[in-house]
Design a protein around this ligand. Structure first.
Ligand code: UD1
Length: 417
C-alpha cells in the first residue's frame, strides 16, 4: 500500500485549477441510466477512484461507458440490469443513489447497503422512506434491498433531515413518476442544483433545486445531453487550507466562490486575505494564523462537515483557542488522534473539539482515517517541521485528482512511495 512522504515548512505559492466535483459527478453518472434516447456526455469529470467504481457499476448494469480524459460518455439506451452486486455497492457511499436511478429506469432494483467513509452509523432510512412515500415497495433479505417501483405515484414529502443523498434519490425516483412531487426540507447543497440542472437538460422538469422546496413534474422519458460538472468545492477548500497553513499565497482557478462563502469567511477570520473574482479565488496567508473561537458544521450554506477535519489541522497551529462543533456526523473526529501524534493539542468532548493552537507541529508517522481526514493530515504535514509519512493514501485517492502534482506545482516537497 502506498504512502505519502511530505517534508513540511515550505510556503505554498502559485496557481492551480480545481478539478470537477466528486460529490456532483457521482449522482450525475447514476442519473445517466435514466436516458433512454441518445447518449449523455459528461464533462469536467475528475479522475478519481470513486468515479472508476461508479463506471464499473454502470458497465455491470449494461451501459456502454467511454472515458476520454475528463469526459465520460454513457450510452444507457439498451436493456439494463436492475441489480448491483454487494462488492460494487460497498466500494462507495454514493452507490446508494443507484437505488432511485435503477428503480426509475427498470421499475425495480436490487442493491445492498453502500460503503464509504466510516463517520458514524450513516443509516439509509431517509432514502428508503423517500422511495416508500413515492409508492415503492421495499423489502430486505440476506443483505439485499429489493425495491419494486411499479406503482410509483407523486407525493408531497417533508424530509426529517435535509439529507443530500436522500434528496438526490428522491429527485431521481420522481422525475419519471407521473404527477407533481414536492420535496420539502430538501438539501440545498450546490451538488443538488448540479444534479437537477443535469436532469433538466435531459428533459426533466425540476424547479426549486438549491432551496428547501423542490417541485418535480414527472415526464415520460429523458433524452441525451452534454453537461459540465461543477468544480469541487471541498477540493478548493483543501488547497486553500494548504496555503493558509504554510503561510503561502495561492490562486485557484475553476472555482465557484459563492459555493465556498462560509469557509472563505473563516479563512478571513484566521487572518488570511481572500479575494474572489468570477471563477478565481486568491488567498494570501499571514505568518501565523489566528484562532477562530467557534465553528459549527451544518447543512449548506453552513460550514461543511467535509471541511471540519481540514480546519482541525489548520487551527492546530493558529494563535489561540478554537472550537469546532460537529453537528452532522456522530463520529468525525478520529483525525484528532493522528494530529496529536504531530504535537497538536486537541480535546474532544462529545461533538465539540477544542483546539489550542501550538507554535508548530512536528513530522511523524501518521495515518489517513478517512478521505477528508487524510487531506487534513496532508495540511498538517505541509505546515510541520520535519518529515511526515501518511499511510492509507487510498482514502485520499477517493477524492483528490493529482494531489501530489498539484502540491508540487505549488512548491511542496511531496512524494508517493
Ligand atoms: C453527502 C456527501 C458527504 C457530506 C454529506 C453532508 C456525497 C457522496 N457525500 O453524504 O461528503 O459529508 O453529504 O454534507 O455526496 N442520515 C440519516 N439517514 C439517512 C441519510 C442520512 O440519518 O437515510 C444522516 C447521516 O447519518 C448524517 C446526516 O443525515 O448524520 C447527513 O447525511 P447526508 O446529508 O445524507 O450525507 P450523505 O448524502 O451520505
Amino acid at each position: 500500500m502506498s504512502k505519502l512522504v511530505i517534508e513540511g515548512g515550505k510556503p505554498l505559492c502559485g496557481t492551480i485549477p480545481v478539478h470537477g466535483s466528486k460529490n456532483a459527478v457521482l449522482p450525475i453518472l447514476a442519473a445517466s441510466v435514466l436516458c433512454t434516447k441518445g447518449v449523455t456526455v459528461i464533462q469536467n469529470c475528475p479522475d478519481l477512484k470513486d468515479v472508476k467504481s461508479t463506471i464499473k457499476i454502470l458497465r455491470y448494469l449494461g451501459a456502454k461507458v467511454k472515458k476520454d480524459g475528463h469526459t465520460i460518455t454513457v450510452d444507457a439506451s439498451g436493456k439494463l440490469r436492475h441489480r448491483v452486486p454487494k462488492r460494487m455497492m460497498q466500494k462507495l457511499r454514493s452507490s446508494i443513489i443507484f437505488m432511485g436511478a435503477i428503480t426509475a429506469r427498470n421499475q425495480k432494483a436490487k442493491i445492498s447497503a453502500p460503503g464509504g467513509c466510516k463517520l458514524g452509523a450513516r443509516p439509509i432510512d431517509l432514502h428508503k422512506d423517500a422511495l416508500r412515500a413515492l409508492g415503492c415497495d421495499i423489502t430486505e433479505k440476506h443483505g439485499y434491498i429489493y425495491v419494486c417501483g411499479k406503482n410509483r405515484k407523486s407525493v408531497e414529502l417533508s424530509l426529517r433531515f435535509p439529507s443530500v443523498g436522500a434528496t438526490e434519490n428522491m429527485l431521481l425516483a420522481s422525475c419519471l413518476t407521473p404527477g407533481v412531487t414536492k420535496i420539502k426540507n430538501a438539501a440545498c447543497e450546490p451538488e443538488i442544483i448540479d444534479l437537477a440542472d443535469f436532469l433538466n437538460t435531459m428533459g426533466a422538469k425540476i424547479i426549486g433545486a438549491g432551496t428547501p422546496e423542490i417541485t418535480v413534474t414527472g415526464v415520460n422519458s429523458l433524452h441525451g445531453t452534454e453537461y459540465a460538472v461543477m468544480p469541487d468545492r471541498i477540493a478548493a477548500i483543501t488547497y486553500l487550507c494548504c496555503a493558509a497553513a504554510t503561510g503561502g499565497s495561492i490562486c485557484l482557478t475553476n472555482t465557484v466562490p459563492e459555493h465556498l462563502e462560509t469557509a472563505l469567511s473563516y479563512l478571513a477570520q484566521c487572518g488570511c486575505q481572500v479575494e474572489a473574482e468570477k471563477d478565481v479565488i486568491r488567498l494570501s496567508a499571514p505568518k501565523r494564523l489566528s484562532a477562530v473561537p467557534e465553528i459549527e458544521t451544518s447543512p449548506y450554506p453552513g460550514f461543511p462537515t467535509d471541511a471540519q477535519s481540514l480546519f482541525l489541522a489548520l487551527l492546530s497551529t493558529a494563535d489561540g483557542t478554537s472550537t469546532i462543533h460537529e453537528r452532522i456526523f456522530e463520529n468525525r473526529f478520529k483525525t484528532a488522534d493522528e494530529l496529536s501524534r504531530m504535537g497538536a493539542d486537541i480535546e474532544i468532548k462529545k461533538d465539540i473539539a477544542t483546539v489550542c493552537g501550538k507554535d508548530h507541529l512536528t513530522g511523524a508517522h501518521v495515518c489517513a482515517c478517512d478521505l477528508r481526514g487524510g487531506a487534513a493530515m496532508v495540511i498538517a504535514a505541509l505546515s510541520a517541521e520535519g518529515t511526515t509519512e501518511i499511510d492509507n493514501v487510498c482514502y485520499i485517492d477517493r477524492g483528490y485528482e493529482a494531489l501530489e502534482q498539484n502540491l508540487a506545482t505549488l512548491g511542496a516537497s511531496i512524494k508517493r512511495m
